[in-house]
Ligand binder design. Structure first.
Ligand code: HEC
Length: 203
């Protein structure tokens, strides 16, 4: 029974993946709720992180803020996850923290879809998808490199990032891929695991 259940669900995913409506199989009203809920959480998380990194730069400069992000970025998103009762992550195809790599096929699908939207000049707030993976629902939203401050740690290694900052980043993240960005580029995604609205009674 369990196998059949997973089989049906994975079939659902494969249908979902080739449709333009990325949440086919999900009730349209539920779909709207997922978008609203995901977008709300992503906006709050973005605000919280941004205000913390801005304060860290004001208090202890860009280098101090690198150390701050290194120690606090994941704990901050984890505490937001607790507050919202939804697992919140940041992921990227060119990740700095090894934990933030695109991990699943659904992540890669979300990346491709949102990168496509960014290429087609869809405005960043609308760069979002809801995808189903097994019995889980994931909301993804673009994190755009939207402010010149971001370049101090993610821009051009020669012209945007100060040498000491670059050295610090490379010491803390020997496999860093997250430099070389320009303003307006897609930097990463919010990934938010949402509670399915209807639980499967046959489980
Ligand atoms: C003071 C340096 C600094 C600034 C300024 C900065 N970042 Fe980062 N960023 C980091 C560090 C360090 C990490 C890795 C954090 C960790 O260990 O989880 C990171 C990680 C990220 C990630 C998670 C994916 C990954 O690569 O691990 C995203 C997305 C991101 N930054 C976007 C931005 C955006 C957008 C801005 C501007 C609003 C910005 N950052 C400004 C230092 C910075």
């Amino acid at each position: 029974m369990k196998h059949l259940y997973w089989g049906v669900l994975s079939l659902l995913i494969s249908f979902t993946s080739c449709s333009t409506n990325h949440v086919e199989g999900i009730d349209p009203e539920e779909k709207q709720v997922y978008f609203e809920e995901g977008n709300h959480i992503a906006s709050e998380a973005q605000k919280a992180l941004l205000s913390k990194v801005t304060k860290a730069i004001a208090d202890s400069g860009v280098n101090g803020a690198v150390a701050f992000c290194n120690e606090n970025a994941i704990p901050i998103t984890d505490s937001l996850s607790n507050a919202f009762h939804a697992q919140i992550q940041r992921i990227s195809n060119k990740n700095r923290n090894p934990d933030n790599v695109l991990k699943t096929e659904t992540d890669i699908m979300a990346w491709d879809l949102i990168e496509g939207m960014a290429r087609e000049a869809t405005a960043p707030p609308a760069q979002q998808v809801v995808l189903q993976e097994g019995n889980k629902i994931f909301y993804y939203k673009a994190i755009t490199l939207g402010m010149p401050t971001c370049l101090k740690c993610h821009g051009n290694k020669d012209t945007d990032i100060a040498p000491e900052t670059l050295q610090l980043i490379q010491t803390k993240y020997p496999n860093d891929k997250a430099t070389g960005y320009q303003l307006g580029e897609l930097r990463g995604l919010w990934k938010i695991a949402l509670q399915p609205a209807q639980s499967d009674k046959t489980e």
